[in-house]
Write a protein that binds this ligand. Structure first.
Ligand SMILES: [Zn+2]
Length: 285
């Protein structure tokens, strides 16, 4: 089955795909950030979306997260790899470290977090926001394919942006023991779970965040480090796709089982049609 990749800041033409076709996909949740590029890598079908659009025109608040995830689902994607640029909240995670978070603290507040609602109520587990298997696989791929500093696990605090944190906020996040700060893993991870797709991310540290250093230092640093991270992330994602096990070995593929509270016959017809791709197998008699 196809593998999806949602690339973060700077990653617009990510992978050496062969036979690429651009898919203009219109979803019940609008259009994705860009046409989805579908091609082959090592005999596997890969679908790529640049999260912020080809010209980086969508802010973290404006990214059409639902359309991006839905489009990948429609293309038959089962596993989604993702990348995000982040700031470090720890002295020992310097710029250019690649961090593979296993937890998230959500500080966003104005995004669409679900495909559902409008007459269908779904409560899923989200205690583990990332697929543990794909997360491990990404980390192993980074060990094999890059010489970057790596951190296995960590908590990603996701803020709304687009401004960076205040010094008080940054110091508070740091005092909680959280590891990296960014703006885009939520709601993407939630939506991938709702679409029963495996999802994990590699985050590239661009700077230390506002708890350390001046704004002038950070601006130049962010750009240079982002470029270096981008190269390492492309290498590891390519490796991860080449070496991805054929079959999934996790629970992501049936994560909706037993989570739909609304009886099928009580779901409004219009909603039912909109969620058919995602819930259809659970609603059919
Ligand atoms: Zn999984």
């Amino acid at each position: 089955m196809a593998i999806g990749f949602i690339g973060g800041s700077g990653i617009y033409d990510a992978l050496p795909l062969e036979g690429v076709e651009e898919h203009e996909i219109d979803t019940p949740y609008g259009e994705p950030s860009a046409p989805v590029s579908v091609g082959e890598l090592a005999g596997r079908e890969v679908a790529f979306v640049p999260r912020h659009g080809r010209n980086h025109q969508y802010s973290p608040t404006e990214v059409p997260y639902r359309a991006n995830v839905y489009a990948l689902k429609e293309l038959g994607v089962e596993r989604v790899l993702s990348s995000n640029a982040v700031g470090s909240l720890r002295e020992d995670l310097p710029p250019r470290t690649l961090v593979f978070p296993d937890q998230v603290f959500d500080r966003t507040r104005r995004r669409p977090y679900s495909f559902f609602g409008d007459g269908v109520v779904v409560h899923q587990e989200f205690a583990e926001p990332y697929c543990p298997h794909v997360r491990d696989h990404l980390h192993e791929s980074a060990r094999a394919a890059t010489d970057a500093g790596l951190e296995d696990g960590g908590c990603y605090v996701c803020i709304e942006g687009p401004q960076y944190a205040t010094r008080a906020e940054s110091e508070w996040y740091k005092s909680q023991g959280w590891d990296v700060i960014g703006m885009t893993t939520i709601p993407e991870a939630k939506l991938a779970r709702e679409a029963e797709m495996c999802y994990a991310t590699v985050t590239g540290v661009t700077d230390y965040g506002v708890w350390k250093g001046t704004a002038e230092d950070r601006l130049q640093e962010v750009l240079e480090n982002a470029a270096a991270n981008e190269e390492a992330i492309k290498s590891l994602v390519e490796h991860a796709i080449r070496e991805m096990p054929d079959e999934r070995d996790c629970d992501c593929g049936h994560s909706l089982a037993g989570t739909i509270n609304t009886p099928a016959d009580a779901i409004p017809e219009e909603t039912r049609e909109r969620v058919e791709l995602l819930l259809g197998e659970y609603l059919d008699d």
